[in-house]
Design a protein around this ligand. Structure first.
Ligand SMILES: [Zn+2]
Length: 264
C-alpha cells in the first residue's frame, strides 16, 4: 500500500499548495482520501482522475471536499468521457463514474452548493454517491475502509484504510480536538496520519484541533508504529512541529510534505 500526500494544508492553502487530499494505491486499486481545495490539480499530476476507484471524504468542511466540484466537471466534460467522438477522442459508452463515499449529510450539502448556481445534481451525476455510517465496513478493490467518529466542529470521521493483500493498516485522524476515540481506533496502526494544525491550543477554550505535541501524544497512546503530522501550514515552523511531536511521541515523527510518498 502506498500513500502519497497530494495536499496537507489546513483551511488555507500553502503557497502553491493544496488542502487535505491523500492518494492511496494498493496494486491496481486507488482511492483519494479527502478532496479539499487545490487537490484535483495535484491529483492530475500523479494519476488519471478517471482511474480512481473511490473518493472518500472524512467530513464536510471546505478544505476536505471543495474540489469535488472541479473533479465533477472533469468527469462530465472531458472530451474522452463523451459518448461520441470529440476532439480526436473516440467516444465511450462506459464513462468512468467513481464511487464517492461520503459522510451522512453529504448529498444534501452537495446539492445545496450545486443548486446555488442551478446545478444541484452535479456531483451525483459525476460520481456514484453513497453516504457511509460510522459502523460501515466497506471494500474498494483490495482496500478495506472503517470509520470512527472523532470530536470536531461538525460530524467527522477518522478513516482506517487497510490492504487485504498486505494486511498493512493506515489510520487517518481527520480533524479533531484532543480525544480518546482516535487513540482507540488507531491502536497498533502501522501509520497514523494525524493533524497538527495549531501552534497552541485555541485561546477561546473551544477546542477543534490538535497541536503537534498533542498529535504526538495521541500517537504514543495509540502505540502507532509510524507517525506523519499533517494539516499544518507552511506558516508554521516545520522543524519546531517535528520536535514537539517527536518529544511527545517518544520517537521521531515525520511532517507531511506535498508529493511525498510513504510505502506501507
Ligand atoms: Zn475540519
Amino acid at each position: 500500500m502506498r500513500l502519497t500526500v497530494l495536499g496537507k494544508s489546513p483551511a488555507w492553502q500553502d503557497a502553491g499548495g493544496a488542502c487535505s487530499g491523500y492518494l492511496i494505491e494498493d496494486g491496481a486499486t486507488a482511492i483519494l482520501l479527502d478532496c479539499g481545495n487545490g487537490v484535483f490539480g495535484k491529483l492530475r499530476q500523479r494519476r488519471d482522475y478517471t482511474l480512481i476507484d473511490a473518493v472518500v471524504i472524512s467530513h464536510l468542511h471546505a478544505d476536505h471536499f471543495f474540489d469535488l466540484f472541479p473533479y465533477s466537471y472533469g468527469l462530465l466534460l472531458t472530451p474522452r468521457q463523451q459518448p461520441v467522438p470529440v476532439a480526436g477522442h473516440q467516444g465511450t459508452d462506459a464513462p468512468s463514474r467513481p464511487r464517492l463515499i461520503a459522510p451522512p449529510g453529504a448529498r444534501r450539502m452537495l446539492r445545496s452548493i450545486g443548486n446555488s448556481w442551478g446545478d444541484g445534481t452535479l456531483a451525483e451525476s459525476a460520481f456514484r454517491l453513497e453516504e457511509y455510517a460510522t459502523e460501515s465496513e466497506l471494500e474498494v478493490g483490495t482496500l478495506r475502509l472503517r470509520f470512527a467518529t472523532v470530536p470536531h466542529y461538525v460530524l467527522t470521521h477518522a478513516v482506517e484504510v487497510s490492504s487485504a493483500q498486505s494486511d498493512r493498516r493506515l489510520t487517518f485522524g481527520a480533524d479533531c480536538r484532543p480525544n480518546d476515540e482516535l487513540v482507540e481506533f488507531a491502536r497498533g496502526t502501522d501509520l497514523l496520519l494525524v493533524e497538527a494544525t495549531l501552534p497552541r491550543p485555541e485561546r477561546t477554550g473551544v477546542r477543534g484541533h490538535l497541536t503537534p505535541g498533542e498529535a504526538g501524544e495521541h500517537a504514543r497512546r495509540a502505540g502507532a508504529a509510524r507517525v506523519v503530522l499533517t494539516h499544518i501550514s507552511d506558516e508554521l515552523d516545520a522543524e519546531w512541529a517535528r520536535e514537539e511531536g517527536s518529544r511527545a511521541f517518544g520517537s521521531p515523527v515525520e511532517i507531511a510534505r506535498e508529493g511525498e510518498t510513504y510505502e506501507l
